[in-house]
Unconditional design. Structure first.
Length: 202
């Protein structure tokens, strides 16, 4: 869930419908509120992705079980969300392949753009905006983008954590100052927008 003033966005996981090979799932949902959470309306997923590539468009033919896992909003129109989904594939034992991606809308969810390409089975746990900068983090992943740009840049290597670290939370003070909290590799601070990080002792 993410709020910007009275406007909020909420995402949910997919829901298992029946056992099978593969199992059947309904899509997760995106909800929005314009009154500080008093009421919510559904944001249709019809604009989530474009084209017919199942690795890039969650709604492409053969895909199912869209799983919305995290969301962050810059204002009432600009939102970044992370989605995972499955593609039916009769050639593998499980009968599906997993895809995922980071998506951005600038029109309140009417259309979305895939910023990341296919991230496979990646886990993204948190998406936080500063003023306009957006930080996106998860398992050995830390990205930066902006409300004013569709360019996604990886900055995980700047942590100097030897490629390790599950980031389970971010605290963004401003576009330039942020704190990165990992499960077992410490807490890091940046004052230059993620270009460099300092690890807290202890």
């Amino acid at each position: 869930m993410s709020f910007c003033g009275n406007t909020g966005y909420l995402v949910s996981n997919r829901n298992k419908i029946a056992d099978g090979l593969p199992d059947s799932y309904s899509h997760g949902v995106i909800l929005t509120s314009g009154d500080a959470g008093a009421t919510w309306t559904n944001v249709p997923l019809t604009g989530l992705g474009t084209g017919d590539d199942p690795a890039l468009n969650p709604l492409a033919l053969l895909n199912f079980g869209v799983d919305l896992q995290s969301v962050g909003c810059a204002n009432d129109s600009v939102v970044v969300a992370f989605a995972r989904w499955m593609e039916y594939d009769a050639t593998v034992t499980s009968r599906y392949k997993t895809h995922s991606g980071i998506f951005k809308t600038s029109d309140k969810g009417a259309t979305w753009k895939n910023l990341s390409g296919d991230l496979g089975s990646m886990v993204i746990s948190t998406i936080i905006f500063g003023d306009t900068a957006c930080y996106i983090a998860g398992n050995k992943e830390l990205y930066k983008t902006s409300a004013n740009s569709d360019v996604l840049t990886t900055i995980f290597a700047n942590l100097n954590s030897s490629g390790n670290g599950y980031i389970n939370d971010l605290h963004v003070v401003s576009d330039s100052e942020l704190y990165v909290i990992t499960v077992s590799h410490g807490v890091f601070k940046s004052t230059d927008g993620g270009a460099t990080f300092a690890k807290f002792a202890g």
